[in-house]
Design a protein around this ligand. Structure first.
Ligand code: DAT
Ligand code: MG
Length: 639
């Protein structure tokens, strides 16, 4: 196909180190698409590159593709699935961009080309950058100048468009693509392919009862189509209606009469052969995107749709002492939910573990001194796109740069007088965030009981899951008097002891082992204060506020610390520290329970013994903030 050939001459494909050096030696700006063998170069941007090359026609602008695995210089890019574009000039890296973001790419190419032209014509200095995304986070003020992270701005809506086989067969595809771009649409992805009958059937299943369905299948599978993912650059909230307007009504006659300028009026042939397709609505658009570009959808999920995610924030000791409340206020103002919070005195060994990739750095001793000088406040923050947003409001790592360039940023505002170490940390990626959160909030088990005669048992179980607890074991049982006495033996001397025991063995209760990071604290926060009248005041959303009868018959139980949790779990379930003993949570599919249990095992295996020891020495203060966002998050992590 004509399109394919053009693509190949547009980009030089670099397959070895020698070629890499040759390409880097080219005069001007070279935009290198670094790709992984299994997914190939990013097709989404080819039409943009072609358009730019046509428009700029510049001898100084080159495009290349390079497979990370076969080029030594790209070693650090191996295994990264996000499309990465490296900008080279004079053999040096001058820019980096991640994600198939056409408008940003276009802008960056124009800017970098202008800069390099200046360098070549006027001998101005070339600004060389490091790829910040690759370098392990440098926490400390060192002498290097850092460029800010290249942020991919959240994208607007998208639609899936098809240039159907009739138009492609008439050789009109390229003409239409030009028109699409001229109209201000941005092509995020572009692929030419012949759909199979099965694919067409699947794609148009909502039309299966239409009399023309068979004809449609024949037609759509008769030859190559172009599949496009389209977005729009100018002020346009929703590309879907804009695109539908642009292609015109589905009926060709109507299109010709009412919208002679529309694509269908110009290129459609007859009824079902109407030349083009556009998604009906955003839900269809996302299904169609998944249908044609399953990988692309994932790339969009990170950079554009912004899933609810967690990030780890650390407030180092100086700031935790001096600016704690102000920082927490800024966190809330910025729309983050503090899902977990814990103050912890780190040992040197723990600091070495947490910062294992910084051990050799010149600044490590200062970091160590800072991190062990008092308790660190660790927070798990939840928000859509939390990782990126938190790093955004933190500002530059370099304190001087932060104060000069972004005086409003948190690092500039809360430096606690320490000139050499910034006082705030944020995870670098969602994966790193999860690892770091596990470090500070290791997975725990706690024992929960839904006490006899508690109504709304199902609702309570539902809420337990919604809050992200895994029910690793569960049994319904009637406690004998002896067992109830033993269970509450700590309260033997209390005046209410015998009443309490009466209540506990009065009927069946559900005993659960709950697993989650910080489970003990979180389950207690979920239950609320012992006395429901207090609970209704202090924690109106809590279970006891909602479901407890009174202070004695307060509906639910939860261990008050990890030691008790361990003892009571042993007492009720015996030694359950083996996978085969797993009792499946009746309401969730066994596979899921098994998977989370296996994951739990891994977590426990990876957890540091010294960290656990330390944990008992410090007073963990945990606030569990309950809100809709977190519920959403729980749903998101529990699938
Ligand atoms: P919690 O269940 O919140 O851990 P606890 O350990 O102090 O509270 O007490 C265990 C149970 O004893 C509690 O769930 C209900 C009962 N209880 C506690 N205080 C009581 C009181 N003042 N009057 C009657 N029953 C009480
Ligand atoms: Mg208790």
């Amino acid at each position: 196909m004509a399109g394919k050939k053009k693509e190949n001459t547009l980009q030089v494909n670099i397959t070895n180190d020698e070629q890499w050096n040759d390409v880097l030696a080219m005069k001007g700006l070279t935009v290198v698409d670094v790709y992984q063998q299994w997914c190939g170069p990013c097709r989404a941007v080819m039409s943009l590159f072609r358009k730019m090359k046509n428009e700029l026609g510049d001898d100084l602008l080159h495009f290349a593709t390079a497979e990370a695995d076969s080029i030594e210089a790209l070693e650090k890019y191996r295994g990264k699935c996000e499309p990465t574009f490296l900008f080279y000039a004079g053999g040096e890296l001058v820019g980096v961009l991640r994600g198939p973001n056409a408008p940003l790419l276009q802008k960056t190419i124009q800017e970098e080309l202008k800069k390099e032209t200046n360098v070549l014509e006027h001998g101005t200095g070339r600004k060389v950058v490091k790829d910040e995304g690759l370098i392990e986070e440098e926490e400390v003020n060192d002498d290097h100048q850092h460029d800010e992270d290249v942020m991919v701005p959240a994208h607007k809506s998208y639609t899936v468009a098809l240039i159907k086989p009739d138009v492609v067969a008439h050789g009109k595809a390229n003409e239409i693509i030009m028109k699409i771009q001229d109209a201000g649409f941005v092509i995020l992805a572009h692929e030419e392919r012949t759909l199979t009958e099965a694919e067409v059937q699947d794609f148009y299943q909502h039309k299966a009862t239409e009399p023309y369905f068979q004809e449609l299948i024949q037609f759509m599978s008769s030859g190559p189509s172009h599949v496009l993912v389209i977005s729009k650059t100018e002020e346009c909230d929703d590309v879907i209606p804009a695109w539908r307007e642009f292609i015109g009504p589905p009926d060709i006659e109507e299109a010709k009469m009412k919208q002679p300028e529309s694509l269908r009026a110009q290129y459609g042939t007859k009824s079902v052969f109407n030349g083009l397709h556009g998604s009906n609505d955003s839900e269809r658009a996302s299904r169609e995107l998944a249908f044609f570009f399953p990988n692309f959808r994932m790339a969009m999920a990170d950079s554009e749709q912004e899933t609810v995610e967690r990030t780890l924030a650390l407030i180092r000791p100086d700031a935790a002492r001096e600016n704690r409340e102000e920082i927490l206020a800024r966190i809330h103002e910025s729309g983050f939910t503090v899902a977990m919070q814990r103050e912890v005195m780190l040992s040197e060994e723990q600091v070495r573990q947490f910062y294992s990739s910084h051990l050799q750095e010149e600044y490590f001793p200062r970091l160590m001194e800072c991190m062990t000088s008092g308790p660190v406040l660790a927070l798990a923050l939840v928000k859509q796109g939390a990782v990126k947003h938190w790093r955004g409001i933190l500002g530059p790592k370099d304190l001087i740069q932060a104060k000069n360039e972004e005086p409003e940023c948190l690092r500039a505002q809360f430096s606690a007088g320490n000139p050499s170490v910034n006082q705030l940390h944020g995870s670098g990626s969602p994966e790193e965030a999860e690892r770091e959160i596990r470090f500070f909030f290791p997975t725990e088990q706690t024992l929960a009981v839904i006490k006899p005669d508690t109504e709304h048992r199902e609702e309570i179980l539902k809420e337990i899951r919604a809050r992200g607890f895994t029910i690793s074991h569960m049994k319904d049982t009637v406690l004998s008097r002896d067992m109830a006495e033993e269970f509450y033996k700590e309260h033997r001397d209390k005046p209410f002891f015998s009443q309490l025991v009466d209540y506990m063995c009065r009927g069946p209760c559900s005993v659960l082992v709950l697993t989650k990071e910080n489970a003990v604290e979180e389950w207690r926060a979920t239950m609320g204060p012992t006395d429901p009248s207090v609970a209704r005041e202090m924690a109106p959303e809590s279970l006891r506020a909602r479901f407890a009868k009174d202070v004695l018959e307060n509906g639910v139980h939860g261990s008050s610390n990890t030691k008790h949790a361990h003892e009571k779990i042993q007492f009720i379930f015996g030694d359950i520290d083996s996978e085969s003993d797993l009792i499946h949570d009746a309401a969730s599919p066994p596979l899921e329970a098994e998977e989370s249990f296996a994951e739990l095992k891994n977590l426990q295996a990876s957890r540091s013994p010294s960290f656990d020891q330390k944990k008992n020495q410090t007073e963990p203060s945990t606030t569990f903030v309950y809100n809709r966002l977190l519920k959403e998050y729980s749903r998101f992590i529990t699938g």
